[in-house]
Design a protein around this ligand. Sequence first.
Ligand code: SF4
Length: 165
Amino acid sequence: MERILVSACLMGRKVRYDGSAKTSGDALLAAWRRQGRLVPFCPEVEGGLPVPRPAAEIEGGAGGAAVLSGAARVLTSGGTDVTAAFLAGAQAALAAARSFDVKVAILKEGSPSCGSLTVYDGTFAGRRVPGHGVTSALLELHGIAVFGEDRITEAAARLREIGES
Ligand code: SF4
């Protein structure tokens, strides 16, 4: 049975920068949880950052691929460079995904780590731009399909495609 990597905050864990969770009430996610298929993971905590922690964004809203290539940094609202922790978290997420042979991940949309369609633009003004977070970019680079919490039906369709509904 295919395992699914999931942002820990979507599973109710209070690991977000402000110490909160973003618990998902999605019925499919709940069913997969009951089946023991979910692998909850928080890249930022696993990368060594504390809870709570300052908000962080990718400079210029450049997206995770630019961070992976060294072309952009991840900065807190106070200007501290937290790129190394984000990279470490992304590598830890990839290692966890590989250890469970994960092919599909459901990660929190908009996060500088977990976003799969959008990230914030680096100005801390609440504006989103198209792009991946650092972890999502690394997972997709290694063939793992990432879906946000509003695209769980698409994730289910992908699982069916690979014969693991
Ligand atoms: S890094 Fe991902 S899992 Fe961790 S709090 Fe942010 S969105 Fe949730």
